[in-house]
Design a protein around this ligand. Structure first.
Ligand code: FEO
Length: 398
């Protein structure tokens, strides 16, 4: 049975949800599942904007068929070639063999790489436009948001932006299509941040380029490929994207992440958190890197202005899961943060110096000078060093 939602008078959401998928891109946990959004426009011509992941193909096709209501499909716009959006394209073309595929030049190359032999292609570039009848659209290239072939499509007739991966979020839609139908800030923002920072976070400058293009458009509705559709309060969410893509923290606060084997480094982390609260800084969050998946660590690293990393030494190096977090921050080009470092170990505490060296090398990272070392367990001296670090964090927060 069909499962569709109306976006505007002649535009329909025809996507599908997957709550069974445990790992997005087979790496990021998605306990609330994900949606794969696709849209059908009913104009003089009929247009499908993107397809869906193979896992939800049946539901997606039923939705398309229902909305078309026996009409043929004239065009498929492929804004993004990642298989979670185009895997069902072949199946669409088997059912609607006369449909023409509109995409970028780079997307045509990727189609053949993925083994799709599609003849009926219309290649578009920056600023190209098409008319489907009443609706006119213009195409804007969005390379590396989040793959090189990506583009967005803007309907100049009604102000709908088909934004591909931009403005998406983890989480299934559960019938509520629009961001104004949920409490987005309370229930969705964390997943939207985790989606952006882990999936697109590396490409801040490219997202900035897209935001500059978007600023010149009269956007009324944003239709992303994942998560809710935006028709109200667009500026609030665009502002989040602006901050994330400039690597500016959203909040003044401290993310503490610790790697501990027997609880001594963990103890130091909790004590540091308490010291900050005693000094009036309560916007503090705490993660055990062995418990929190790195995607959550990354999201909070983007969110907060400060981080404090406490790590045990392991094989004379930084504890592996803390190292994975640092590597991920480097890979995603995180910048402009204050970092406190606490190293621990029982005979050769190498974790501290190694973390300092690595964080120092990251763009516009300020590693605080107070760098406590915990030898096996906290003692009076290392406790006082922690207090110095807490003072320094509070001072730089001001
Ligand atoms: Fe959901 Fe980059 O695709």
């Amino acid at each position: 049975m069909r499962c569709v939602r109306k976006v505007t008078e002649d535009l329909y959401w025809v996507g599908a949800n997957d709550k069974r998928l445990a790992l997005f891109e087979n790496i990021h946990p998605i306990p609330r599942g994900t949606s794969y959004n696709a849209y059908v426009l009913l104009d003089e011509k009929t247009v499908l904007f993107d397809t869906a992941d193979w896992s939800v193909c049946r539901q997606f096709l039923e939705n398309v068929e229902y909305v078309l209501d026996s009409r043929s499909l004239d065009y498929v716009v492929i804004n993004h070639m990642e298989p979670d959006h185009m895997a069902s394209l072949e199946e669409v073309l088997l059912r609607y063999p006369d449909a023409q595929v509109i995409c970028t030049e780079r997307a045509t190359m990727m189609m053949s790489q993925f083994g799709f032999d599609i003849e009926q292609q219309i290649v578009v570039g920056e600023g190209d436009s098409m008319s489907f009848g009443k609706h006119n659209v213009v195409f804007a290239m969005a390379p590396m948001v989040h793959w090189p072939e990506a583009m967005v499509t803007f309907d100049t007739t009604n102000g709908v932006l088909f934004s591909a991966d931009a403005f998406g979020s983890f989480g299934s839609l559960d019938g509520k299509l629009f961001a104004d139908e949920v409490n987005f800030e309370r229930d969705w923002l964390d997943d939207a941040r985790r989606y952006y920072t882990n999936i697109v976070g590396k490409y801040g400058p490219q997202v900035q380029n897209l935001l500059k293009k978007a600023a010149g458009l009269d956007i009324k509705i944003i239709c992303p490929l994942h998560g809710p559709v935006w028709r109200e309060n667009l500026g609030w969410f665009i502002d989040k994207y602006d901050k994330w893509s400039r690597y500016e923290p959203e909040e003044k606060g401290v993310m503490i992440a610790y790697a501990s084997m027997y609880g001594n480094t963990e103890n130091a982390a909790y004590i540091l958190a308490g010291m900050l609260c005693e000094r009036g800084v309560t916007n503090v969050t705490l993660h055990d890197v062995s418990v929190s998946h790195v995607s959550y660590l990354i999201a909070d690293a983007f969110k907060y202005s400060h981080m404090a990393l406490l790590s045990a030494t392991y094989n004379l190096k930084v504890f592996p899961l803390m190292q994975a977090f640092i590597d991920d921050m480097k890979a995603l080009n995180l910048q402009k943060r204050f970092a406190g470092v606490v190293g621990s170990g029982s005979w050769a505490p190498q974790a501290g110096p190694s973390m300092v060296e690595q964080l120092d090398a990251m763009k516009e990272f300020t590693v605080l000078n107070e760098q406590p070392t915990v030898l096996s367990s906290l003692n009076k001296s290392s406790y006082e060093q922690l207090e110095d670090l807490a003072d320094s964090i509070v001072e730089t927060l001001r």
